[in-house]
Design a protein around this ligand. Structure first.
Ligand code: URA
Length: 253
């Protein structure tokens, strides 16, 4: 019996291989950079079977090895892990939490050793560069536990913004979840990702951070991911992140 053809749109296949976003793959096709079985294709919507069709970009064959495909995962980092790929002090590395994968996946940006929460990790250098670029200011939501009572006046001061040594910092959103004499919990959303920014903002108001957890990055949350575990990002989620970067003319120059 003849094997059924596994048809997939050419631009989707190119994006799934981690080469670029689906939208940019369409441009590559229109620009005549994509070859199909030896011929350049410029028409959109062509379906291909990656098992039998030979697809090239700028003359270079696209890899069919899914192990080489670009992949991104969403990890719930526990405290006590460092986000570097090596550590001279031999502390636990976040990459140990997803060991055993074929791909060389690295964390995008950093979370302090004492911060827990959402961390994206990838083997897609282009995506990592884009996500870390200061131009693309994705919202980051934090749950912050501080020592002592955080009063309404403190919240007003935080909302007005604080002066840090590397410039002013103002949250997009800040609210008090609980305030008690011993500890208070706040929710804060910022767009920047300056070094130890949340801790420094709290310190500027005279508060020390007891616990810090990142709970959201753009539309991505920790829902369904247990502390210390991870899940792959879906192609649609990566595409949505890329689209957010394209909206409002945020394109890479
Ligand atoms: N802000 C901090 O102070 N630490 C982090 O890990 C992340 C944001």
């Amino acid at each position: 019996m003849a094997q059924e053809k596994e048809n997939i749109r050419l631009q989707k296949y190119i994006a799934d291989c981690g080469v670029t976003s689906r939208r940019r793959a369409e441009t590559m096709i229109s620009d005549g950079r994509v070859g199909l079985n030896g011929d350049i294709v410029t028409r959109q919507g062509i379906k291909v079977d990656p098992k039998v069709d030979q697809i090239t970009i700028d003359g270079k064959r696209l890899s069919l090895d899914p192990g080489l495909a670009k992949k991104t995962l969403l990890l719930y980092k526990p405290i006590g892990y460092v986000t570097t790929m090596d550590d001279p002090q031999s502390r636990p590395l976040v990459k140990d939490l997803y060991s055993g994968l074929k791909e060389r996946i690295f964390p995008i940006g950093r979370l302090d050793i004492n911060t827990s929460g959402l961390l994206l990790c990838t083997n897609d250098g282009e995506l990592a560069n884009l996500l870390m670029h200061p131009r693309y200011k994705f919202e980051k939501e934090y749950h912050i536990t501080v020592a002592g009572s955080f009063a309404k006046g403190d919240l007003a001061a935080l909302r007005r913004g604080v002066e840090l040594e590397d410039g002013p910092a103002r949250p997009l959103k800040a609210e008090i979840k609980h305030s008690h004499s011993r500890q208070s919990v706040l929710l804060m959303v910022i767009r920047e990702g300056r070094n130890r920014q949340v801790r420094r903002m709290m310190m500027a108001l005279g508060f020390s951070v007891v616990a810090l957890r990142r709970t959201r990055l753009a539309f991505l949350t920790l829902d369904g991911v247990k502390k210390g575990s991870w899940r792959w990002l879906q192609t649609a989620e990566i595409e949505r992140l890329r689209q957010m970067m394209e909206v409002g003319n945020l394109k890479k120059r």
